[in-house]
Design a protein around this ligand. Sequence first.
Ligand code: B3K
Ligand code: ZN
Length: 880
Amino acid sequence: KKTIYLKDYLPPAWLIPETELRVTLAPEDTQVEAILHCKRNPHSKEPNAAIVLNGERLQLERLALNGRDLAAREYGYAEGLLSIPVQADECTIASTVRINPAANLELDGLYRSAGNYCTQCEAEGFRKITFFPDRPDVMSVFTTTVIGEKTACPVLLANGNLREQGELAGGLHFATWHDPFPKPCYLFALVAGNLVALEDSFTTKSGRRVALAIYVEPRNAGKCGHAMAALKTAMRWDEERFGREYDLDNFKILAVDDFNMGAMENKGLNVFNSKYVLALPETATDTDFDSIGGVIAHEYFHNWTGNRVTCRDWFQLSLKEGLTVFRDQEFSSDIASRPVKRIRDVNLIRSIQFREDAGPMAHPVRPASFVEINNFYTATVYDKGAELIRMMHTLLGEAGFRRGMDLYFERHDGQAVTCDDFVAALADANHHDFTQFKRWYSQAGTPELFVTSRYDAAGGRLLLRLRQSCPATPDMAEKKPFVIPLALGLLARDGRELSFSHAGRKNPAFLTITQKEQDFVLDEVAEEPVLSLLRNFSAPVKLHFDQSDEELSLRLGYDRDPWGRWDAGQHLALKALMQGIEQFRQGHQNITLPDTLKHGMAALLDDERADAAFRAVSLVLPTENWIGQQMAPLDPEAVFWVRQRLRALLGQELRPAFLRHYEALGKAAHRPYVYTTAEAGRRALRNMCLDYLLCCAPEAPADADMLALGERQYREADNMTDGLAALSAVVNADRERGDALLQDFLAKWQTDPLVMDKWLSLQAACPLPGTLARVRALLRHPVFDLKNPNKVRALVASFCALNQRQFHARDGAGYEFLKAMVAKIDRFNPQIATRMAAPFTQWRRYDADRQQGMRAQLEELLQAEDISDDLKELLEKSLW
Ligand code: B3K
Ligand code: ZN
């Protein structure tokens, strides 16, 4: 496969205003008849071009032009492209192909899951269903007739509104669906099988009634209530916050167990990984409930940002993904805790996206080239993309941003557009110049911001000196300065917020940095302040600003920006961690807990002004990923060891406080379980206390009383959140006692695949010695299934990405394991194999031995015959 470049974009030569499909389902031999009504594109640059259709893994039976069958010499077919020379400006192409859904294990195109049929077409799966110009700028009105056996497939669904249904001979029946909205074929969906639905309805703000339905396998009926409630909340929210109303007569969701990612926003017929739909208090944790709400909302919001206005080409993926992530983040923030949501999102940016930006797969939010588009559904395109939208929101303010969004929809409804079009709408609606800002879309890498400050007491002024730089990435050596909104506040030494002015404005929320080096003067600063910089993470940058432990403690206690409190705590902990790591590497194991960190954490735990959820997330020490990024070379054993040691010390030295809160929060519990923001927060804080209480230093035995406490919580829990938290704490603390609970858990839940994912994941992430042998044994356990992506993620990714200590073990056994898994999975599911291989891309960050170990695996994988294009791109870029 060749590299494709954004600069080579050409508009399509032909358009397909209308498409009729007739799909006759059979597990191994499905027939797809397509009629494409074609028209030359008046904007095409190639006036006499042939019609070119994509098609892969299709067995062509018949091809006809304007009703006349074509002989083989009348068209060309090579490398997945079917080309038909046509003289006229309009024509009709009919094709009949056969495909084999049962053999489709890459889960792309039409495939089977638990005996039901479903499709996944983004990005390029439609070409595995029928011949079609498989590119998002070809938008068509689809009419789809689905034909299946009445007994095996009582339910037959496709996008849009139901037009007709009826019986056919031979035990078959059919349903014809019509979607009036022109859409790219990546939004096509077809679903059929033995399914039951939870039904409901929603009345839009203009009074239209929309039928809602969530389809699941019969055994999962009764687990869709939370998803349905979340859907209705999301539909209302989009009307209120963005003025966006739903547009079809129905909105359908299907949940399947076999799915490559989270979910898919097919027009009016979303297909979901069952992980993001099914939930009962006994089977799903509060975190699951949160993510179901977030993903349901995300896919629903795509109806406007992605479907009504779609992408011109796949380089523009962030046009829909960055924007829709921003929208789902805002939704979650509005319905639950805004600060906690922000903290979680920033953790993801720092742990995952920053690391991606610093590695061999680094790419801008709008990539300039790719080999396999599926490799670009990344934290950069999604989450950094959302940060770009957030910065524009900051620069314009809520009202200005909304004006810009309104103009965007007004201008581009029904079109396939670019990120430039989006930014232009925001700019034009506000007379704002985003020219320089747009560098964020084309320059990869994480900008670094260096700040120094000086207080001039006599003048009551604070001088800020800022310098920005951005490391080279494989695609670009030199970066031009970014526009960086730097939100800030000043604290007095007693924690009060201090006022100031800048350029005649009182207390501006942020300064706008545009240059490589830039000075700012803040006036009317009454006393020497403690600075709170980058409030609410106003830009996705690494901030370098020295603050003493005392200053950080003050911010941890009093910063008016909750994100700033969290960030100060992280910074304080990071200083302690880095000192400890330094000592550990010099051979000292007796690492102690700095008083500032201990007191800061203790005060936070006791701070009744802050809500429980905020205290819970803020008590978590920086992630291993984020700590690792502060080190070169990265020593994963030192990172794990010191982090674990500091957690254990916090647990011991603050034991009375943790116990006191643990008891009190237990008494305050609402019984039975209810999922509300307040109750989930209470559980999170209580489980955080338990986690600290059970945490023991590496190689040290767990405290017997605390183990008993964990076991008791496990036994008494009436919900998965508390049960799993206890299980996990015991499993990580003691093999034997953990195993006993794991057995019990297995016996109870072995028939529930989603719960079994948790069971696998928890064992794979256990940092105790012997985990790899355990993981290998679990590969043969009856609940494991290599063909099922959720299972692979639960076992393989939990071990290789979450359990850094064991994965990077000195003997290289972890590397050997991952290579074998990737090689095996790549033979049938390249997308999942390539995702699993991600930890290897970081090889250059480690010491010489580990580098050598990982590199050897990358090379071996690359030498294997017949590896997928997906994996090849990752390997070649990593080794380059
Ligand atoms: N748009 C899909 C992702 C498709 C991934 C294709 N490899 C889900 C989402 O972002 O909403
Ligand atoms: Zn999305």
